[in-house]
Write a protein that binds this ligand. Sequence first.
Ligand code: FES
Length: 175
Amino acid sequence: MTTSSAGHATRRDFLYVATGSVAAVGAAAAAWPLIYQMNPDASTIAAGAPIEVDLAPITDGQAIKVFWRGKPIYISNRTKKEVDDARNVQLSSLPDPQTDQQRTKDGHEKWLVVIGICTHLGCVPIAHEGSYNGFFCPCHGSVYDTSGRIRSGPAPTNLPVPPYEFVSDTKIKIG
Ligand code: FES
């Protein structure tokens, strides 16, 4: 008798846990279409189709990650300080000299769009980390600035900027 009722309790507990997990997954899935609703289906994207990203939900100072052609793409809504930090740099001090202007779009300088793959050995750097508060690669310690330019560590080059364009003030098309 005791064994049987313990068995019931165990199954019931399992059901509660399972239901809770489904609810959590459902909530995450519900947030997904906010950014991806305009995009083609997954197989078309995987084949290399451009994706459109709505920038409106990305708040000042926030960076989000989307995927294009299977690659992580960071889209960063930079603060004025982050833009200033990226622009007030001696080019000659950079391992891979590029101005911030060359890496962003005219009239949309607050937006940084980069491929989030470390140019050393391909790890995914973390946004808003490292001594320049840009990106930090935890694999071997490469540090990128708020323009995604390599500043220290073993990575040889800046985070690449993917092909993209603004289709409106609040939407970009990558690819
Ligand atoms: S892969 Fe990023 S530092 Fe090595």
